[in-house]
Design a protein around this ligand. Structure first.
Ligand SMILES: NC(=O)C1=CN([C@@H]2O[C@H](COP(=O)(O)OP(=O)(O)OC[C@H]3O[C@@H](n4cnc5c(N)ncnc54)[C@H](OP(=O)(O)O)[C@@H]3O)[C@@H](O)[C@H]2O)C=CC1
Ligand SMILES: CC(=O)N[C@@H](CCC(=O)OP(=O)(O)O)C(=O)O
Length: 322
């Protein structure tokens, strides 16, 4: 079999290393490496990008844009894990389960953008309800979410590890801290565009003192609707939407056995998988509901999703290596 050539630009970063570890054992893929001393050499990176079947960009946004500006061949496919192109013209959003036809778009695209970790959880919950008309597009949505600190990349991992080691000069870090309180988080654009909402959600992310995993919570004040759907109707709509999907799974309605000790939803329970798991909790008397997505920020939230997209782009079985 001819091996397909893949270059991971940014392979020594958090996302890049995780993609590398998912691909390096595969005999259908040849990983093309860059010399360590030339990792930031634009010309060398451009040469490698144009010499492979797929270049996977695991870079900060500006470096990803620069890498794309160096693409000279329409034969090389680009899979970008950064935020730079998620709502850009000419790019396909790499969320195969988002809607019917999305997989086919990914399969035939030259440029595919891997969804953000928080948007993956949010969109998985909300898109079916907007599509099926259970929530109107102008419904005011809020999101509270917590991510493991690896979501902040190498720098935040280093800070947390230094803090754990109590090294002199370690930054002061917290077990739980909210951020983005200026309301301009970089994920808002893709959350609005691919949810079908008329306005972006009000999004309050948080980071917790655990390395990997996340919970994305979407509270629904259903009492504001003239005809509020029941929790079971919401659950069924989401279950139907993802019927047959391997990587988007809905937990049984209000299944408290999945909560740790029956009390807490553990953000780390999907770690090491490529699964986003959705929960629906509801009270049909007070007409309130809570949707929760649980995923590995480095799995379905980044590197797992990148490999799933890569498989689709190359015509391999979608779950190979996942
Ligand atoms: N961590 C996460 O949970 C997720 C991250 N992402 C996205 O993936 C991308 C990478 O993030 P992450 O892996 O966390 O980041 P890291 O900070 O862990 O890694 C960044 C990588 O990019 C390289 N790099 C930085 N600047 C340049 C440059 N100018 N030229 C070439 N290489 C460069 C770094 O190289 P060096 O090793 O030499 O410093 C490093 O390998 C980001 O856009 C991020 O938003 C997406 C989803 C989730
Ligand atoms: C904890 C933390 O800092 N998380 C990052 C999101 C993770 C990430 O890198 O987002 P992308 O998927 O868009 O690349 C943040 O809020 O900016």
């Amino acid at each position: 079999m001819t091996k397909r050539k893949i270059f991971i630009d940014g392979e020594s970063g958090t996302t890049g290393l995780q993609i590398y570890s998912r691909l390096n054992q595969r005999d259908d893929i040849e990983l093309v490496n860059i010399e360590a001393s030339r990792r930031r050499d634009s010309a060398e990176r451009a040469k490698l990008i144009n010499a492979v079947d797929v270049a996977i960009l695991c870079l900060p946004d500006d470096a990803a844009r620069e890498a794309v500006s160096n693409v000279r061949s329409d034969k090389v496919k680009i899979l970008d894990a950064s935020t730079a192109h998620r709502t850009a013209e000419g790019w396909v959003y790499g969320f195969p389960e988002l809607s019917s036809g999305q997989r086919e778009k990914i399969a035939s695209a030259q440029f595919v953008s891997v969804p953000g970790c928080y948007p993956t959880g949010f969109l998985a919950c909300i898109r079916p309800l907007i599509d099926k008309g259970l929530l109107p597009s102008h419904f005011p949505i809020t999101i509270n979410a917590v991510s493991g600190y690896s979501g902040g990349g190498k720098n935040l991992i280093k800070d947390y590890h230094a803090f754990h080691d109590q090294q002199a000069g370690a930054p002061s870090l917290y077990p739980y801290g909210i951020y983005s309180t200026q309301f301009g988080h970089k994920h808002l654009k893709e959350m609005r565009k691919y949810s079908g909402l008329a306005s972006p959600p009000l999004f309050v992310p948080a980071v917790g003192d655990f390395e990997q995993g996340m919970l994305v919570q979407v509270p629904l004040p259903l009492w504001t609707l003239d005809h509020p759907p029941s929790g079971e109707v919401i659950h069924q709509a989401i279950a139907d939407y993802y019927q047959g999907e391997k990587f988007v799974q809905i937990a049984p309605f209000e299944d408290s056995t999945l909560l740790r000790d029956g009390k807490f939803l553990d953000p780390m329970a999907m770690n090491g998988t490529n699964i986003v798991q959705i929960f629906v909790f509801a009270n049909d008397t007070t007409h309130e509901a809570l949707l929760v997505a649980r995923l590995d920020n480095l799995g379905k939230g980044a590197s797992g999703a990148a490999v799933q997209n890569l498989n689709i782009m190359l015509g391999f079985p979608e779950d190979l290596g996942l």
